[in-house]
Design a binder for this molecule. Structure first.
Ligand code: NAP
Length: 300
């Protein structure tokens, strides 16, 4: 039997997911295909999902911009999707009512972080951004037992509302203690970064910085406020680990900035990408690939 899997989203020409899943098929000796499924309009997503379930697809990954819009279309949500309020993996049943939404982003990031030897959960984490990837990052670091959290975003209200929502979701998963220690700073729009950090002491004891914004992804531009932020980190604390959820064939602009700022351990988002894919593959097939071949292909 040929296993049918795929990725649902928009603008999928550069995605690395087919390479990763093809490597998993080969690693495990399975026969399968992983298709790019582009849907231009949100209004067409429900009908397309029904067709794919009818065509015998076992499951899908879901990416921008449909991680939220598929939520109400599925019959059931796993705890991971409820906690993240987003779906990146669908396991089809017969029809959408029997299909389940999962989220493997936070598990994938937790796995990637746990491979880094330089991180110390006693120190504070700084997360840049307040979108879906930032939520996944907060869930991941909370699951790993980090003690303190600072969130930096362009809009303080958005960051606070994300933390509020995660607070109640986190309560069910015993993460609330960590979420409640969060402080939010408004910095990425360039407003008095240094002053905010000095006064709010939000950068005290930072041991890990995670970029959960797309900064650096398209044009390589890094806002001046972020350059200042890295300079402040260098002055204030001994920079330890930086993880950029953005990834590419070349070193990302923020990874370069982190290296220049003296971070000891710097990684881009490829390890998270491989790990969220491994967890999705297990949901579809019951088998967890090791991922060595996928990592090799991504580094070529
Ligand atoms: P999202 O939900 O659209 O959130 C993006 C966040 O970045 C928002 O907080 C947004 O701020 C902020 N932002 C965007 N442009 C900015 C700028 N120029 N300056 C400051 N802040 C900016 O997107 P997402 O799903 O969280 O994804 C974020 C990044 O993570 C993307 O690059 C995505 O590819 C990557 N990602 C990687 C993996 C992986 O496996 N490695 C998995 C998931 C996501 P506002 O709210 O103020 O607009």
């Amino acid at each position: 039997m040929v296993l049918k899997l795929g990725l649902l989203g928009q603008s999928l020409s550069h995605t690395l997911s087919p390479t990763i899943h093809q490597s998993f098929f080969e690693e495990l000796g399975l026969s399968g295909r992983y298709d790019k499924i582009e849907v231009a309009e949100a209004a067409d997503v429900a009908a397309r999902l029904t067709e794919l379930a009818d065509e015998g697809y076992s499951g899908l990954n879901v990416t921008i911009p449909y991680k939220l819009s598929v939520l109400p279309l599925l019959g059931a949500l796993a705890e991971s999707a409820e906690l993240a309020s987003a779906v990146n993996t669908i396991k089809f049943g017969p029809g959408l009512v029997a299909s389940t939404g999962h989220n493997t982003d936070s598990g994938g990031l937790a796995e990637a972080l746990s491979r880094l030897t330089a991180i110390d959960a006693e120190r504070r984490v700084l997360i840049l951004g307040n979108g879906g990837a930032a939520r996944a990052a907060i869930i991941a670091v909370s699951a790993l037992g980090f003690r303190g959290l600072t969130v930096a975003g362009r809009h303080t209200e958005k960051a606070l509302s994300m933390l509020d929502q995660l607070g109640s979701a986190a309560e069910r998963a015993s993460l609330v203690q960590n979420c409640r220690t969060a402080r939010t700073i408004e910095v990425l729009d360039g407003v008095a970064a240094d002053q905010a950090f000095t006064e709010g002491q939000a950068l005290e004891n930072i041991g890990l910085v995670i970029n959960a914004t797309p900064i650096g992804q398209k044009d390589g531009h890094v806002p001046a406020a972020l350059v200042e932020l890295f300079a402040s980190l260098r002055k204030k604390v001994e920079p330890v680990a930086f993880v950029d959820l953005v990834y590419g064939r070349e070193m990302t602009p923020l990874c370069r900035l982190a290296r220049e700022a003296g971070f000891k351990c710097v990684e881009d988002g490829k390890e998270m990408l491989v790990n969220q894919a491994r967890l999705a593959f297990k949901i579809w097939t019951g088998e967890l690939p090791e991922g060595k071949l996928a990592r090799k292909r991504l580094s070529e």
